[in-house]
Ligand binder design. Structure first.
Ligand SMILES: NC(=O)c1ccc[n+]([C@@H]2O[C@H](COP(=O)([O-])OP(=O)(O)OC[C@H]3O[C@@H](n4cnc5c(N)ncnc54)[C@H](OP(=O)(O)O)[C@@H]3O)[C@@H](O)[C@H]2O)c1
Length: 290
């Protein structure tokens, strides 16, 4: 049995779909407050439902019973309820889950994180602390560190609005990023299960090519046949946003944008020799937006 924590989220639901598609047993941790349509969708895939919350250790102990692998994609950054915070969920909640998995003799734990970056913010502190705890837990660990999901960072929610020919970019827009599709991250997570290449491994994940945000805009402009209105958010504004806030979530959003501004290039050559995943390109993604 595979337990997916974060199963109602963008990435977790795709992982559940892939596992169910492959006929692999899958159980999803959902909360009483989770969107009932998302829970119903998981049920329609024949996914077993476990009720629980990362803040409630006993619910995690119950969910981990008779489980071979845990995949955790959960995060409070976008999907949060009262009582959720980076400290309570992304840090303490994930530590609880690692401990519950170890206590229940789970074999493998797949954690979704992101690559270490030279920018300080609470979400990064939480991810690094959970990674360290997982590495010393005795569980077989697989830490996947994808860069930026194209479907999130190149979407209207973050100011990249192709339908209205508008693009907000963070920083100069000139530093390259190996944008990745969350669907490809899901494929790596599933391919990691029971895979020797993923045994006690930390794997950075990026897409097939590194492109600066301005290069991405040009690809969209060519396909849409019009100029985009580009707004740049300068680093100074992002740093001011991070420094002026006492809220770890706001500090983390600003930190992530500073990370984007600095760019992040991942060489996938070695990883693709071990995992056969066809990576989605920005052109594939831009074509789908037409
Ligand atoms: N977006 C990116 O570009 C990017 C890049 C690299 C890494 N990542 C990482 O990828 C992961 C997946 O991201 P995503 O976009 O799939 O996130 P998402 O759509 O916001 O999903 C978050 C999930 O976490 C669950 N969750 C939140 N608080 C919880 C709690 N207290 N107990 C149990 N579950 C809880 C949510 O459940 P409810 O539905 O019940 O709220 C939801 O299922 C995250 O760890 C993120 O840090 C993202």
């Amino acid at each position: 049995m595979n337990l997916v924590v974060g199963a109602t989220g963008l990435l977790g639901s795709e992982i559940c779909r892939l596992l169910a598609d492959q006929g692999k047993p899958v159980k999803a941790l959902v909360r009483p407050t989770s969107d009932q349509n998302k829970v119903a969708h998981l049920e329609s895939l024949n996914v077993e439902i476990a009720r629980g919350d990362l803040k409630d250790r006993s619910s995690l102990d119950a969910a981990c019973q008779a489980v071979t692998a845990v995949i955790s994609t959960a995060s409070s950054t976008l999907s949060r309820q009262e009582g959720d915070s980076i400290q309570a969920v992304d840090l303490q909640g994930q530590l609880n889950l690692v401990d519950a998995a170890a206590a229940a003799n789970v074999s493998q734990f797949v954690l979704i994180s992101f690559p270490p970056v030279d920018v300080d913010f609470p979400l990064q502190d939480a991810k690094r602390a959970v990674e360290d705890h997982l590495k010393s837990s005795g569980l077989i660990y697989t830490i996947l560190q994808p860069t930026f999901f194209m479907e999130v960072w190149l979407s209207p929610a973050l100011g990249f609005d192709a339908a209205n020919a508008k693009a907000q970019v963070y920083g100069s827009g000139e530093n390259k990023i190996s944008w990745i599709s969350y669907k490809d991250v899901a494929k790596f997570a599933v391919a990691s299960l029971g895979n020797l290449a993923a045994r006690n491994a930390v794997i950075e994940l990026g897409g097939p090519e590194a492109l600066s945000p301005l290069e991405v805009v040009r690809i969209f402009e060519d396909l849409h046949g019009c100029k985009f209105d580009v707004q740049k958010v300068p680093d100074e504004a992002l740093r001011a946003q991070r420094e002026s806030s006492n809220d770890p979530l706001q500090q983390s959003f600003a930190g992530l944008m500073l990370y984007y501004s600095g760019g992040n290039v991942i060489d996938m050559t070695e990883t693709l020799q071990k995992f056969s995943v066809r990576l989605t390109s920005i052109t594939d993604y831009a074509q789908a937006s037409l």
